[in-house]
Design a protein around this ligand. Structure first.
Ligand code: ZN
Length: 441
């Protein structure tokens, strides 16, 4: 279940009661069993139950499962217990999503992301019916916003000009991806294009029509909004003032560009908070090479993901989600917000408080809890990172990666195979947004 060809299959399982009326009771039973099995976990090579990385679980919050007196609240309580122990499921608010994903018939839609965070645009088929399963994405090109800022020398006029040039460069790179796909026929992958995974085309038929008209999307990714805003304004985008205003303006420009390209080419360009799983380190190294070490901007081995509030900024869980929701709205091609927590296995009520807040405030969010294991001594608390960015067991001092089971949220997916230096530093510097001392909220 967790390995094929030696690698974990990148799968997400969506748990959405609202998807069916006819089989709702059966679906509720399936969701219950899936959550119960995940809480137990997967056996490692020592026979100890640990946190598996896949499949990722998604849980949709609805009117009939989020309120304590609602019919399916018992499932949400189970989901909260599962998150506390195994970091999943992640949560989609049906209420917020239906406000944001309006199709051309004027209806709000709720549907899962593809993978960890990529969201399709609203679409209705030729019969006027919404369609999400089977659609796809043509690829992503990511702009490093920090580089655009540093290239401007804090000159605002120059910044907007450079941003525009860089966005057109991304546009050209995206067109290359698109043009390459335009030459593809259904024969290259019959299961995808002929037997129904994406479409039922004839043999030899080009896939080009599926690249237009909104059936698929193509993503303009971005990274480092925080460092960009900090360098240009001196503030974080959490300041409720100039920083926030500037951050939102940058995000709006990315959206305006996508809209313009979409109208010109009939391709669904969409703004996407790229996961930059390992790229965070690459981007940080390139920035250091180009601009040297600038305090608070390039002095780390990573840059901040998408619109996120930086991992080292002290902020409580609710404030973080509230502020980030304003930026998530401007990242329609995908993004995920998270809060970092202490071990909440014995404090499921706190998880439920966050879940309820997500339902009313943000479309898509997750909690990063901790559950590690040392195979040498059996310690099952948090495995730590030392000053040299090496992982060690705080109980017995074991540093052998092959004998440590560490699960951390890398971005939207959980990683269990350790990380590069930049990502490891980022994990070390994550502040806790929700501690056990907040238990009586
Ligand atoms: Zn140990």
């Amino acid at each position: 279940m967790t390995t094929t060809n030696g690698q974990a299959p990148f799968l997400s399982v969506n748990m959405y009661l609202g998807e069916t009326k006819e089989y709702k009771e059966e679906l509720a039973m399936l969701i219950e069993e899936t959550l119960k099995q995940r809480i137990v976990g997967m056996k490692n090579e020592k026979g100890v139950y640990i946190t598996p990385a896949f499949p990722k679980l998604l849980y949709v919050l609805e009117e009939d499962n989020v309120k304590p007196d609602s019919k399916y609240y018992y499932l949400t309580k189970l989901a909260a217990a599962c998150t506390a122990k195994r970091m999943v499921p992640d949560y989609i608010s049906e209420k917020i999503m239906k406000q944001l994903k309006i199709d051309k018939n004027g209806n709000g839609n709720c549907y899962p992301c593809m993978g960890c965070r990529s969201f399709l645009t609203p679409y209705v088929d030729k019969f006027g019916k919404p369609k999400y399963y089977g659609r796809f994405n043509q690829g992503v090109v990511t702009i490093n916003l920090v580089d655009a800022a540093l290239s401007s020398d804090k000159d605002m006029d120059k910044f907007w000009k450079i941003l525009d040039e860089r966005l057109e460069l991304c546009h050209r790179a995206l067109q290359i991806r698109h043009k390459r796909l335009s030459k593809v026929t259904s024969d290259v992958a019959p299961i995808l294009w002929q037997y129904g995974a994406h479409a039922r085309l004839k043999k030899g038929e080009p896939i080009t029509p599926l690249l237009h008209g909104g059936y698929s999307t193509i993503s303009l990714g971005y990274a480092g909004l925080y460092e960009c805003v900090k360098y240009m304004t001196g503030n974080s985008h959490t300041d409720g003032g100039v920083g926030k205003e500037f951050g939102l303006k940058v995000m709006q420009i990315l959206n305006d560009k996508c809209q313009k390209w979409k109208e010109e080419e009939d391709i669904d360009y969409s703004v996407y908070g790229t996961p930059i799983e390992s790229t965070t380190y690459k981007f940080a190294k390139c920035l250091k090479d180009r601009f040297g070490v600038i305090k608070g901007i390039t002095d780390r081995d990573y840059i901040t993901n998408s619109y996120h509030i930086p991992v080292f900024e002290e902020i409580d869980a609710f404030e973080k989600l509230r502020i980030e929701s304003e930026f998530q709205r401007l990242s329609p091609g995908g993004a995920i917000s998270y809060v970092e927590t202490a071990n909440l296995s014995n404090n499921v009520d706190s998880v439920l408080a966050v879940i309820e807040f997500i339902y009313d405030n943000i479309m898509y969010a997750e909690l990063n809890t901790k559950s590690d294991y040392c195979q040498v001594c059996g310690y099952d608390g948090e495995i730590l990172i030392d000053e040299n960015l090496e992982w060690y067991c705080p109980n017995c001092g074991n540093r052998d990666h092959s004998k440590l089971n560490v699960a951390r949220r890398t971005c939207g997916y959980i990683g269990t195979n350790f990380w590069n230096k930049g990502r490891t530093q980022e994990i070390k510097e994550r502040v806790i947004h929700l501690d056990n001392k907040d238990a009586d909220l």
